[in-house]
Write a protein that binds this ligand. Structure first.
Ligand SMILES: [Zn+2]
Length: 195
């Protein structure tokens, strides 16, 4: 019973999993899908051990560079600024963008102690200095924090010859790009506006 309790307790580290769901998941793994559970356990351990951040864009990868940054066909002068890998994946699925990304893994939030360093912005600043970046397409969430973060990056880019645009989207304030459909995303890219 003790180990069973430990399992349900551990499952509750997942978002949206409360006591009831944890119990249901534990019963499912033990009763119905032990092989699935074994695979989950193994992959989870390996993923947590091996997956880190891309040195260029901070996307998740088990290598020094992610597949996108390592792809010689991607335009290195173009950077799309996103808050999380969810947005990156949504944009990639839409298949309308051939530049690179910078994944902030959040947004500026002084109250939570999240400043420019926590978002990896010194890495982006170095890319500005090296002169490889010509355009930034802002695709941060249209929230106050997302806008403030974009504004900060705009100030960083100011001394350089970098143009900045924001993707258009007809979603309400607070809507998250990661959940938009392909058509909306491709429209948002084509219809981007100068910042
Ligand atoms: Zn990368």
């Amino acid at each position: 019973v003790a180990l069973f309790h430990e399992l349900t307790d551990a499952l509750r580290c997942l978002p949206g999993v409360g006591e009831k769901t944890a119990l249901r998941l534990a019963l499912h793994l033990l009763e119905r899908n032990r092989s699935g559970g074994t695979r989950l356990g193994e992959v989870l351990l390996t993923a947590l051990d091996k997956i880190g951040h891309c040195q260029h864009c901070r996307n998740f990868t088990e290598h020094d560079q992610c597949d996108i940054c390592a792809n010689p066909r991607r335009d290195t002068s173009l950077i799309c600024l996103v808050e999380t890998p969810a947005e990156l994946l949504a944009i990639e699925r839409a298949g309308v963008y051939s530049g690179r990304y910078f994944v902030l893994m959040g947004h500026l939030s002084p109250i939570d102690g999240i400043g420019p360093d926590a978002l990896g912005l010194p890495i982006l600043a170095r890319q500005f200095e090296q002169g490889e970046v010509r355009e930034i397409i802002v695709a941060t969430n249209p929230t106050i924090e997302g806008e403030a973060t974009a504004e900060f990056v705009r100030e960083m880019a100011r001394p350089y010859n970098i143009s900045m645009s924001r993707i258009a989207h007809g979603v309400p304030l607070g809507g998250e790009l990661g959940y938009l459909d392909q058509g909306t995303i491709s429209h948002a890219f084509v219809d981007r506006r100068a910042y």
